[in-house]
Ligand binder design. Structure first.
Ligand code: MOS
Length: 749
C-alpha cells in the first residue's frame, strides 16, 4: 500500500468549498462580546489624554480600556525569538513607538457597536518626529543588532583578497521594499475563560504551542491552563507565526468583561498589527576568473526593525551556502531601528530576499564573462557547503539546472539582450538557482487504530492551507497499510501531542516524521498482537516476516493475513494507541548540511513602448527530497511562484516619510498577482530520498518555490531590454526612466 507518492486531492477540500471548515472568525461562543482597537495616528511620542466618556456612554459598550485600566501584562523576559512574538506589549503605558499601535480597546455587545464607539474616543498626543527607514541612508544608519537567530557575520577564507585578485568584478547594490503578508484570512482571536481559570484561545496562528507559551508568560497563567486552537488557516504567510498584540488584548478584555471576547482584525488593520517583511539594502561583490569561476563573494544586508525588537532579515545567508568561491566568502547583517511595529518572517524570508541580490549579481557576472547563465552556475556548483565545510546530504542542483533548462528550451535562447522580439514585444529569458534552509525540529504524534480498522492521527501541527491534513493521512496510511481515506487527521490544538509551528517549510519532514514514527509504533503493537495476542493468527511467526496488506497484516510467504478490525476484536480492544516523539539532531550539529535546491526559468515579454512586463511562461525544477504528494506539492510550487511574481513585479509597501505610517491599507493599494497575471507554470521535482533530512526522505518545499523567482524575472527583463533593475518591484517607471523606451538596445539601433 504505497499511499506515499500518490497525487491525491486534499481531504479537506470539500469542507472548505462548502463552507464547512470553521476558520477562527467563524467560531461563535455563547454570550460573546466583541472588541475593537483604536490605533495611534502618530508614530513616535506619547498620549497626553484619552477621552473615553462618549464611548463609555454608548449603549451596548461593556468596557473601554486604555493603558490606565488595562490589566498589567508580564513583560517578555527575553527576545522576540522565544516564544515568537512582538515584545512590546499593548496598553501598558502612554508611550507610542509606531503608527497603528493600539491606544484603546472598546468592548461591546456587537462588533459594529464596538467599532462605532471606538470612533468616539478623542486622543491628544505629544508627537515627536518618527525615525523612518530610508533606502538611501540605510547603510550609514545601520547598527549591529543585539538579538539574533544566526551569526550576523561570517567569513570563510579571505574574501577581500579573493575579490582584489579577481580578473572580473561585479559590485552592486540591490534594494527591495517592505512588503505585507496579505493572506486571504485576516487574523482573529476568540478568547474564552472558564470558571476554573482556564483560558481557551481560538486564534488564527501558525503556532498553537508557541501561542500557548507566550500567553502563559505574558498573562501569568500556567501553561496547562491555556488551550490554543486553530484547525484551519486561510494562509499565514509568516504573519501568523508570531503572537501579536490583538491576541493578548482579546484575552484580557474577556477577563475584564467576564465574557468571551471576539477580536477580528480588518484588512486595513493588518498593515500595522501583525508584522511585515522588512525592506533590505544589499550589497554584493563577486570576483571571478574569465571562465566565470568564482574566487570571492561578499554580501552585506541592512534592514529596518522596530525600536524594541531586533528583527534581522538574514538575506546574505544565501551567499554562505549556494556557490563555491575558491578564495573566500564573507557576509554581514545590520539593522536600522525605526518607528514601526516589528517586522517578521514573510513567505520565504531571508532566502527570497538574499537570492534576488545574489542571483541578479550572478547574471551580471554571466554577461561580464560571456559565459551562459546556466553554464556559469554549473561551473560554480559544489558538493560541500562552503560555510560549514560539511558535505551536502543531497544536492540535485545540477539536475535542477539541466532538467529545467531542457524543459524550458534554454538552448534555443539567443544570448544577446534585446535579440528576441515579436512585433512590439521584447522577449527575455532568465534563470536563477536557489538554496533553502532545511529546519529540523522535534515533534510528537499519536496514532490510534480503531476497532473498525480505521486510524486517527493527532498532532499539534498545522494545516496552513497547503494540505497537511492530506499528507499526514498518507504518511500514516502508508505505515499501516491503509488507504488514506481510512485515516482521520486532527491538527491545530494544544491538547494534542506537542509539535512545532507551521513555519520554515518544515512540517512534512518533521511533524510528518513524528506521524510516521507513531504509525509505525501502532503497527508494531498490532504485529505483537498478531504474533502473541489472543487467538494469534501469526503464532510461531517472526515479527520480521510481518508485512502490511490492505487494512491489516500478513505473514510473508504464508497464506495468513488478518485485518486490524478482526485483530482488535479478537483481543477485546476498542482501540490501539501509539505515541511517538521525533527528536532529530539540530541541523547545524549533524554530519551533513541539509538544504533544498531549485533552478527556475522565466520568460517575459516587455511592451517596448509602455514598459509593461508580463510573465510569459515559467519552469521550476526542485530538489526537496522525496515528494509525499505530487499534487499538493505542485500546488505549493504554483503558489510559491505566484508569490515570487508579486515580489518581482507588484508588491511594495510605502511609508509616509514624514508621518512614518505605512500607506497601504488594502488590495487596491497593495498589488498582488491575479489569475490574469499568471501564465502556464511548469513544475518538476527532481530530488531523491534524503535519509539525513527525515525518515520520510523529504526536505522543505513550500517556501523554496518562492525563492529566486524574482531574480529569474529580473534577469529575463534584462535579457529582453538591456535594462538591469536592481530595485524591486520592477515597476513600469523603472523601465521607462533614462531612455524613454523599454529598450535601449532598440534606441541605439
Ligand atoms: Mo514561513 S514565512 O517560515 O511562515
Amino acid at each position: 500500500m504505497n499511499a506515499i507518492g500518490q497525487p491525491i486531492s486534499r481531504t479537506d477540500g470539500r469542507l472548505k468549498v462548502t463552507g464547512g471548515a470553521r476558520y477562527t472568525a467563524d467560531i461563535a461562543a455563547v454570550g460573546a462580546a466583541h472588541a475593537a482597537i483604536v490605533h495611534s495616528t502618530i508614530a513616535n511620542g506619547r498620549t497626553v489624554s484619552i477621552d473615553t466618556a462618549a464611548a463609555e456612554k454608548t449603549p451596548g459598550v461593556l468596557a473601554v480600556l486604555t493603558y490606565r485600566k488595562m490589566p498589567r501584562m508580564n513583560p517578555l523576559p527575553w527576545s522576540h525569538l522565544h516564544p515568537q512574538g512582538q515584545t512590546y506589549l499593548p496598553l501598558q503605558d502612554d508611550k507610542i513607538h509606531y503608527a497603528g499601535q493600539p491606544v484603546a480597546l472598546v468592548v461591546a455587545d456587537t462588533r459594529d457597536g464596538a467599532i462605532y464607539a471606538s470612533t468616539l474616543i478623542k486622543i491628544e498626543y505629544e508627537s515627536r518626529p518618527p525615525a523612518v527607514f530610508d533606502l538611501r541612508t540605510a547603510q550609514q544608519d545601520a547598527v549591529e543588532p543585539a538579538q539574533r537567530m544566526w551569526p550576523l557575520a561570517s567569513s570563510v577564507g579571505d574574501a577581500s583578497k579573493a575579490l582584489a585578485d579577481a580578473t572580473v568584478k561585479i559590485g552592486q547594490t540591490y534594494t527591495m521594499p517592505d512588503r505585507h503578508h496579505n493572506p486571504m484570512e485576516p487574523h482573529a482571536t476568540l478568547a474564552v475563560w472558564d470558571d476554573d481559570g482556564t483560558l481557551t484561545l481560538y486564534d488564527s496562528t501558525q503556532m498553537v504551542v508557541g501561542t500557548r507559551k507566550l500567553a502563559s508568560l505574558v498573562l501569568g497563567v500556567p501553561e496547562e491552563k491555556v488551550k490554543v486552537v486553530c484547525e484551519f488557516l486561510g494562509g499565514g504567510f509568516g504573519g501568523k507565526s508570531w503572537s501579536w498584540p490583538h491576541t493578548l488584548l482579546a484575552a484580557l478584555a474577556a477577563k475584564t468583561v467576564k465574557r468571551p471576547v471576539s477580536l477580528q482584525l480588518t484588512r486595513a488593520q493588518m498593515y500595522a498589527m501583525v508584522g511585515h517583511q522588512a525592506a533590505t539594502v544589499q550589497t554584493i561583490d563577486l570576483g571571478a576568473d574569465h571562465d566565470g569561476k568564482l574566487r570571492g563573494i561578499h554580501h552585506d544586508s541592512v534592514n529596518p526593525t522596530s525600536v524594541f525588537d531586533d528583527y534581522v532579515e538574514y538575506a546574505a545567508v544565501a551567499s554562505r551556502h549556494l556557490w563555491r568561491a575558491s578564495g573566500g566568502i564573507s557576509t554581514s547583517h545590520r539593522v536600522v531601528r525605526v518607528n514601526r511595529n516589528s517586522p517578521v518572517v514573510l513567505r520565504a524570508p531571508m532566502e527570497a530576499q538574499g537570492h534576488f541580490a545574489l542571483e541578479s549579481a550572478m547574471d551580471e557576472l554571466a554577461y561580464a564573462t560571456g559565459v551562459d547563465p546556466v553554464e556559469l552556475r554549473l561551473r560554480n556548483d559544489t558538493d560541500t557547503d562552503p560555510y560549514s565545510g560539511r558535505p551536502f546530504s543531497t544536492r540535485a542542483l545540477n539536475k535542477c539546472l539541466t532538467e529545467g533548462a531542457a524543459r524550458f528550451g534554454w538552448d534555443r535562447r539567443s544570448a544577446e539582450p534585446g535579440s528576441m522580439r515579436d512585433g512590439r514585444y521584447l522577449f527575455g529569458q532568465g534563470v536563477a538557482a536557489a538554496i533553502f534552509t532545511n529546519w529540523r525540529w522535534p515533534g510528537k504524534a499519536r496514532v490510534t487504530l480503531n476497532r473498525d480498522g480505521s486510524a486517527l492521527v493527532e498532532t499539534a501541527a498545522h494545516d496552513i492551507g497547503t494540505g497537511t491534513y492530506t499528507v499526514m493521512a498518507q504518511v500514516a496510511a502508508d505505515a499501516l497499510g491503509l488507504t488514506p481515506d481510512r485515516v482521520t487527521v486532527r491538527l491545530g490544538d494544544t491538547r494534542l501531542p506537542e509539535s512545532h509551528p507551521a513555519i520554515g517549510s518544515a512540517t512534512m519532514a518533521n511533524a510528518g516524521a513524528s506521524v510516521w514514527l507513531a504509525a509505525r509504533a501502532a503497527r508494531d503493537k498490532a504485529v505483537a498482537l498478531a504474533l502473541n495476542g489472543h487467538d494469534a493468527p501469526f503464532a510461531g511467526g517472526d515479527a520480521k516476516e510481518v508485512v502490511t496488506v490492505d487494512g491489516g497484516l500478513a505473514l510473508a510467504h504464508k497464506n495468513v493475513n488478518i485485518g486490524y478490525a478482526e485483530l482488535l476484536a479478537r483481543n477485546g480492544l476498542s482501540s490501539l494507541v501509539a505515541d511517538a516523539a521525533y527528536d532529530p539532531v539540530e541541523e547545524v550539529n549533524g554530519p551533513r548540511a541539509i538544504f533544498s535546491f531549485s533552478a527556475v526559468f522565466a520568460e517575459v515579454r516587455v511592451d517596448r513602448d509602455l514598459g509593461l512586463v508580463r510573465l510569459n511562461r515559467f519552469v521550476g525544477a526542485y530538489d526537496a527530497g522525496r515528494i509525499v504528494n505530487p499534487k499538493t506539492a505542485r500546488s505549493q510550487a504554483i503558489g510559491g511562484i505566484i508569490w515570487g511574481v508579486g515580489q518581482a513585479l507588484l508588491e511594495q509597501t510605502e511609508t509616509d516619510p514624514v508621518l512614518g505610517r505605512f500607506l497601504n491599507r488594502n488590495y487596491s493599494g497593495y498589488l498582488v498577482p491575479t489569475n490574469a497575471d499568471i501564465p502556464e507554470l511548469d513544475v518538476v521535482f527532481v530530488g531523491d530520498f534524503d535519509a539525513e533530512a527525515s525518515p520520510l526522505g523529504s526536505k522543505g518545499l513550500g517556501e523554496l518555490t518562492a525563492v529566486s523567482v524574482a531574480p529569474a524575472i529580473a534577469n529575463a527583463v534584462y535579457h529582453a531590454t538591456g535594462k538591469r533593475v536592481r530595485d524591486l518591484p520592477i515597476a513600469v517607471e523603472k523601465l521607462l526612466m533614462n531612455g524613454g523606451s523599454a529598450n535601449p538596445c532598440l534606441d541605439a539601433a
